[in-house]
Design a protein around this ligand. Structure first.
Ligand code: ADP
Length: 263
């Protein structure tokens, strides 16, 4: 009789635990959805005024450069340049937040078409060279390599990897990009000779909002979203991304994309 009573009590206890767990899960889900909605609304609302401010600053800069008599307004031009640069940075951050919010809500669709990835990588390398005045080298086979992919998204992948390599390595070291086509996959790599990433952080850098402790304390700014977005884009192309790195020696990020896009 006693054993039966105990069994009943345990069952009742378990039932109440299960109910509690269900309730906690539901609340967590609600909070998560609210956070995603907030992320999406806040970034959309921020985007319009920032774009407007940037556009106005650029317009003023163009006007000033056209009128010789406005040359005495030298200080104004410098101020406008700074507004342009800083709002440019803000735009990049807002775009990252918008990308993350569309990843979370599963809204990001791909627009695939056949593309010469050698030319695309050359363009990314050239843009980053001009922007940062760093040595960025490209090692690719002479014949074009073509893949069916979302051109804008893939360009974002390569830009993120190359700009990180530049950001986290000393100014006097090169960044090396390579393309190696295979029978079933194409392997892209971006190598730097920078600070490197510790073993236990090499997977974590692909998590949203994750930054290594030394990046957090350095002057290199960022939200820790670029690699999470990059990983999402690569995986939606049925590809893989990973990194190999040694502290104080440098890092290499690899992206492998299948030649045939089917999963
Ligand atoms: P962000 O650069 O904005 O912080 P990312 O998602 O691009 O965000 O990168 C996440 C973190 O991974 C960075 O904060 C940095 O700690 C680390 N990281 C990324 N690329 C490199 C690299 N090439 N060398 C060393 N650390 C890197």
């Amino acid at each position: 009789e006693r054993a039966r009573f105990q069994a009943m009590a345990t069952e009742l206890e378990l039932q109440s635990y299960a109910q509690e767990l269900e309730e906690t899960n539901r609340r967590l889900e609600d909070a998560n959805q609210m956070k995603d909605r907030f992320l999406s609304i806040a970034s959309h609302e921020l985007k319009t005024p920032v774009t407007t401010i940037r556009g106005q600053a650029q317009l003023m800069l163009r006007r000033i450069s056209r009128h010789k008599d406005l040359e005495h307004m030298d200080g104004v031009a410098t101020t406008l340049e700074r507004i342009n640069d800083q709002t440019g940075r803000l735009t990049t951050l807002i775009d990252e937040l918008l990308d993350v919010s569309s990843i979370r809500t599963g809204k990001a669709a791909l627009n695939r078409r056949l593309c010469n990835v050698t030319a695309l990588c050359r363009e990314v390398v050239e843009d980053q060279r001009l922007l940062t005045e760093r040595m960025v080298l490209l090692d690719a086979p002479p014949e074009p390599v073509t893949l069916k992919l979302d051109v804008d998204r893939f360009s974002q992948v390569m830009t993120n990897l190359v700009s990180n390599a530049i950001k986290y390595s000393p100014d006097d070291t090169p960044v090396e990009v390579s393309i190696k086509p295979g029978a079933r996959c194409v392997l892209f790599s971006v190598r730097d000779h920078g600070r490197g990433i510790a073993k236990d952080q090499q997977e974590r850098v692909f998590e949203t909002f994750y930054r290594t402790p030394d990046a957090q304390t350095s002057s290199k700014r960022g939200l820790g979203l670029g690699l999470a977005i990059t990983k999402d884009i690569v995986e939606r192309h049925n590809g893989r991304i990973w990194c190999e790195s040694e502290l104080k020696k440098g890092s290499t990020f690899y992206v492998e994309l299948p030649v045939s896009p089917s999963p």
